[in-house]
Ligand binder design. Structure first.
Ligand code: VGL
Ligand code: ZN
Length: 243
């Protein structure tokens, strides 16, 4: 560990000890100025794909607006992982696969309630490509998820059965990563579930709110997702907190 990293770590550790659980780890650092990402941090860019931006089949409102911000945030991180929703054409999460069901209705499956969506992010199709303008050449890993026909995966750590890992935890641990910073689409689904699972896997986690856009199902889904994230120790930050 370099001396300046050690000092930063000690400051962070002191901050964390002074507040409950892990909640203070970042606010303490931010209170002392902007937070400079280190080689123990990873930026996880979640599902910034054509299907999820205006014009796409499951467009998130203003989803395209985050692309320039994500590009500039990525430059602050030595470690960047990108994710792609990557479904089979007959995926269980598609309303089209269930007679009489419409998008945004739900069904019961083996692992619980599944929201049904318009067909989106089918493997190898244009809609599954990264959004135009997304430019992160130094990203070292692209995690694809949701490729098992019968299991969805909002989370980029663990599929919806809560049993099947994607492999990301092992990759991050082997690379010495301790903290995950997340952004992308959608705040209340793939970003939120990924942040919660990052915590469950033992990482610290922060979601960069202004570098995300939400679906907000039923008009309340977005705030409910934030509440759950914060309850699980996920930090809610703005991009201005990062140096
Ligand atoms: C997502 C719904 C279905 C997401 C993926 O990326 O948030 N949402 N599949
Ligand atoms: Zn999906």
């Amino acid at each position: 560990m370099h001396e300046h990293d050690r000092r930063r770590f000690l400051k962070l550790a002191a901050g964390a000890a002074a507040t409950a659980g892990s909640a203070g780890w970042l606010s303490e650092a931010i209170a002392q100025g902007k937070y400079t990402p280190t080689d123990k941090d990873v930026f996880i860019v979640v599902d910034v794909q054509k299907c999820f931006i205006p014009g796409g089949s499951l467009a998130v409102d203003k989803g395209d607006e985050i692309v320039p911000l994500i590009n500039s945030l990525a430059k602050k991180f030595a470690n960047v992982v990108m994710t792609q929703d990557w479904h089979t054409a007959d995926h269980v999460s598609f309303a089209s696969q269930h007679d009489g069901k419409k998008p945004f209705e739900t069904i019961q499956v083996a692992y619980g309630t599944q929201v049904l969506w318009p067909d989106h992010c089918v493997q190898g199709t244009e809609g599954a490509e990264f959004a135009p303008g997304l430019d992160i050449p130094h990203a070292t890993l692209v995690i694809r998820k949701g490729y098992h026909r019968d299991v969805d995966s909002y989370s980029t750590f663990l599929e919806a059965d809560k049993k099947t890992p994607t492999g990301l935890t092992g990759y991050l641990r082997q690379r010495g990563i301790k903290r995950c910073f997340l952004a992308g689409l959608a705040t209340d689904f793939c970003v939120g579930w990924s942040a919660i699972d990052a915590r469950a896997a033992g990482f610290k986690a922060a979601v960069i709110e202004d570098a995300c856009r939400g679906i907000n199902l039923g008009g309340t889904g977005l705030e409910a997702a934030w509440k759950e994230m914060v309850a699980k120790g996920v930090r809610r930050i703005q991009s201005t907190a990062l140096a």
